[in-house]
Design a protein around this ligand. Structure first.
Ligand code: FAD
Length: 469
């Protein structure tokens, strides 16, 4: 019965696609199908009807026209990192941007043009060669597209703001296949929506990004036994909240590894890690970060390039493992909230999991709230309770641990959530994330640019219905 309801691709649509599409078209019978359909989170094992490996805006346009003509659902794959696996759906046409990874840097004007399928590493490699960077996330194999369109927290967020704040312009293929540019002079409202509204409004084939100067980074990490957690977390709160924007301090509760600076008695057990990165004059770094680590059981101090910093977390989040993430903003890291984080760490199901938290604010709040689609800029803290494991038999236990870890923070939750960390949410969560006014503005944009909700495999904002026009 279900099969009868499935769309039948029309031969005319298919031959139109074949005549226009320049890149490889990969189907279930092709040898590279399994490799190309895989996304970062191994939990999501779905089979698209075809993978259209786009080479530019014209291919994306042909792919969207084909999908609409043949009645197929569409997904868009940037870096494939979304924890909810929204780049992958059964029977859908996957618009794969992974061949579109060119970056051009105009060092004099401090801008970069980056294709929509870039990974953060592509942008970092091209820009740090010029002593420049676009602030972005902390794992360099993450896709620029999904990260930037949803917001983009990272090491430089306190100093320079979010990735979406650095989108100066975008070349966008709209759901009907037309190609437009959004910048301050053209389609300004679309640009507003791309700065935080996720993948709802079109497929971005080229970002123009503002770059910032970045030099060597002073990086300091320290480890604390869980028993010292309450004191160390209180110190973290006091320290992080007192810093200027040149310093970003983050924390993680996770199993300690075998690094020689980690005391032997802590290795292989859950522990608290605090890290401070100083982006000012590197010679001042030691004096700036030292006060956070006076009571650390062990610590590691290094000077590194920004690109090295960006790749530091890469090995801990490999492709293909199973992941489940729950996240929330916190009003503060009070003793009560800190106690709950430590209690969650003690019950960690998998030794690969982690609880990550950071104090935000800084330049994130320099952009006026109404100037972008990104909501809740003034959230003080963000926490993610991220399970990582390999055995499917452990799916339920790990998901429950992440879920409970965030639920027990309820008294301190700030409200909303970061759209790029949503996974397995109740209906209505996306509306809650954006808040009523911002959500209505995005739904109206959706009506203008994607009235049929062709791009719905995302944290979806359906178009305003005609009744509301
Ligand atoms: P994909 O799974 O490829 O795509 C997800 C969705 O993004 C698509 O369905 C589509 O709707 C949209 N999309 C992607 N590219 C485009 C495009 N060019 N045009 C239109 N829509 C597009 N986030 C942070 O803010 N800071 C971090 O430090 C951070 N670290 C992370 C570390 C890891 C290991 C992981 C897995 C995620 C991290 N994230 C972070 C979250 C990240 O921002 C999201 O997972 C984001 O969705 C990844 O983008 P992607 O292109 O790789 O995703």
């Amino acid at each position: 019965m279900t099969e009868l309801l499935e769309p039948t691709p029309s031969p005319a649509a298919e031959s139109e696609l074949r005549s226009r599409f320049q890149g490889p078209v990969v189907g279930p019978a092709d040898p590279d199908f399994d490799e190309l359909r895989a996304v970062w989170n191994g939990m999501h094992d779905r089979r698209p009807s075809m993978i259209l490996r786009c080479t530019g805006a014209a291919d994306v346009s042909a792919a969207l026209r084909y999908a609409r003509a043949s009645g197929r659902a569409v997904t868009v794959r940037g870096g494939g990192h979304n924890v909810a696996g929204i780049a992958l759906a059964d029977d859908a046409v996957m618009i794969d941007l992974s061949l579109m990874r060119d970056v051009e840097v105009d060092a004099e004007r401090r801008i970069a043009h980056a294709q929509g399928g870039c990974l953060l590493a592509d942008v970092d490699a091209a820009t740090t060669a010029h002593g420049l960077a676009c602030p972005a996330g902390v794992v360099s194999h993450t896709g620029l597209g999904g990260l930037a369109l949803g917001g983009g927290y990272g090491w430089l967020a306190r100093k320079w703001g979010l990735t979406c704040d650095h989108i100066l312009a975008a070349e966008v293929v709209l759901a009907d296949g037309s190609v437009v540019v959004a910048d301050e002079n053209r389609n300004g409202e679309l640009l507003w929506g791309l700065r935080g509204g996720g993948g709802n409004l079109g497929v971005v084939t080229r970002f123009t990004l503002r770059l910032r100067p970045v030099g060597p980074v002073h990086h300091h990490t320290g480890v604390f036994p869980l028993a010292d957690g309450p004191r160390a977390l209180a110190r973290y709160r006091e320290f992080a909240e007192a810093q200027g924007n040149d310093l970003h301090a983050v924390g993680a509760l996770k199993y300690a590894g075998q690094q020689d600076w980690v005391p032997v008695e802590l290795r292989g057990k859950p522990a608290l890690f605090l890290t401070a990165a100083w982006f000012g004059d590197p010679d001042q770094g030691p004096a700036r970060t030292e006060p956070l680590f006076a009571a650390a059981a062990g610590s590691d101090v290094r000077r590194m390039s920004y690109a090295e910093l960006q790749a530091l977390g890469d090995h801990g989040e490999p492709h293909g493992n199973r992941y489940f993430t729950k996240s929330c903003y916190l009003t503060g890291l009070t003793g009560g909230a800190a106690g709950e984080l430590l209690a969650t760490a003690e019950t960690m199901v998998s030794p690969l999991s982690s609880i990550d938290f950071e104090y935000l604010r800084g330049a994130i709040t320099d952009v006026a709230d109404e100037d972008s689609a990104f909501p809740r800029r003034d959230a003080p803290y963000i926490v993610t309770v991220s399970s990582q494991w390999t055995d499917p038999a452990q799916d339920r236990a790990n998901a429950a641990w992440s879920r409970q870890g965030v639920e027990r923070l309820a008294p301190w939750q700030y409200g909303g959530a970061y759209v790029n960390y949503l996974q397995d949410e109740e209906p209505g969560k996306v509306a809650e994330v954006y808040g009523a006014r911002r959500y209505a503005r995005l739904a109206e944009l959706k009506r203008r640019f994607d009235p049929e909700n062709v791009l719905s495999a995302n944290q979806n904002i359906p178009p305003t219905s005609s009744a509301h026009q």
